[in-house]
Design a protein around this ligand. Structure first.
Ligand SMILES: Nc1ncnc2c1ncn2[C@@H]1O[C@H](COP(=O)(O)OP(=O)(O)OP(=O)(O)O)[C@@H](O)[C@H]1O
Ligand SMILES: [Mg+2]
Length: 324
């Protein structure tokens, strides 16, 4: 019996387009533990947001969950009724949307917007309890209580993003999906927000899926890392395993680009950043094949099976284990 908070198994999601079904998420499997955090990392268009929206069941009208399941606290999110999903969404699973900080309503005080988020899902709470919850949420994301009565335009971008985080936490969810929550922010503010995220995760023992194209950011906050390419997960493991012993050529490229001041520049010769536009997922081969320096004819013939590099670290590459 599983103890994971969320267990995603072989999830595929497609978009209907003029030219047919585009499989944006292709057979993705991962787990998120209570109090654990999975960083989903991969380049633009690889399907990260689609996974988040699929789990929230907020996909665009032309999207469809093609196969797989997503067991959350024992319930399959891909098949529960919309009525049940409305009880789960925001109360049990919430999401910080990509570029959400500009989505606050400019004509309402921040305090009222947070209160509305709480009362929509917990209508029986007294005004006093709502005010108390708002204050403690502000405390958690490190905004002075005195700013609660301000309007969004009186906040900096970083503060607005913290308000969005506070709103996502308003109903004490057990899983939060944070989609690029710091991308639009400068490095200092980004660090403050990541610090705030680390705090609430510990204090609330919350599970988190942290979506980013930036491995450095994911490495800062997550216990596990999942590397995606062209709709597929190609590597998954504990943070340190993936950073120290990346098993997939694409992950090695991402890790190689993480320079610190004390590092020698990484030798990236021969590693061309693969792009989704190459469409290898549709050809049925390895999603990275066209730009992988290690690709052989075998890589054109269907995706590799998962290879276990350790009990907690797996990679999807036909040449796993061949390279150091
Ligand atoms: N409504 C839609 N209709 C058709 N295709 C879509 C739709 N939304 C997304 N896609 C396609 O699905 C794929 C995955 O998109 P998604 O937004 O999940 O990527 P992402 O990894 O979140 O990218 P980014 O890092 O840029 O946010 C892309 O090829 C995208 O063009
Ligand atoms: Mg996205």
């Amino acid at each position: 019996m599983t103890t994971a908070l969320l267990e995603v198994d072989n999830l595929s999601i497609g978009y209907r387009t003029a030219t047919g079904i585009n499989l944006a998420v292709d057979g993705v499997s991962f787990q998120v533990e209570r109090g654990g955090s999975l960083g989903l990392v991969g380049e633009s268009g690889c399907g990260k947001t689609t996974i988040g929206m699929g789990l929230m069941r907020l996909l665009a009208s032309n999207a469809r969950i093609v196969s797989g399941q997503a067991l959350f606290e024992g319930e399959d999110l891909t098949t529960v009724s919309e009525k049940r999903m409305r009880q789960i969404r925001w109360r049990r699973i919430s999401m910080i949307f990509q570029a959400a900080m500009n989505a606050l309503n400019p004509v309402h005080r921040v305090e009222d917007q947070i209160a509305e988020a709480i009362m929509t899902h917990e209508p029986d709470l007294s005004n006093h309890a709502v005010a108390h919850r708002s204050k403690s949420l502000f405390d958690l994301v490190k905004i002075p209580e005195s700013r609660l009565r301000d309007y969004p335009h009186q906040f900096s971008g970083g503060m607005r993003q913290r308000v969005i985080i506070a709103m996502a936490l308003a109903c004490n969810p057990s899983l939060i999906i944070a989609d690029e929550p710091t991308t639009a922010l400068d490095v200092i503010v980004q660090n403050q927000i990541l610090g705030a995220i680390g705090t609430f995760q510990k204090e609330m023992n919350i599970g988190m899926i942290f979506i980013s194209h930036d491995l450095a950011v994911v490495a800062d906050v997550c216990t596990h890392i999942g590397v995606m390419h062209a709709g597929s997960l190609v590597e998954y493991g504990l943070r340190q395993e993936v950073l120290d012993c990346p098993g997939h050529p694409y992950t090695r490229m991402l890790v190689g680009s993480l320079l610190t001041l004390s590092d020698e520049p990484a030798d990236l010769a021969g590693l061309v950043c693969p792009t989704v536009d190459n469409g290898p997922a549709m050809s049925g081969g390895c999603p990275v094949q066209t730009n992988c320096p290690n690709a052989t004819a075998a890589c054109l013939r269907g995706q590799a099976d998962w290879v276990a590099l350790s009990r907690t670290h797996r990679v999807r590459c036909k040449h796993a284990g061949e390279q150091s």
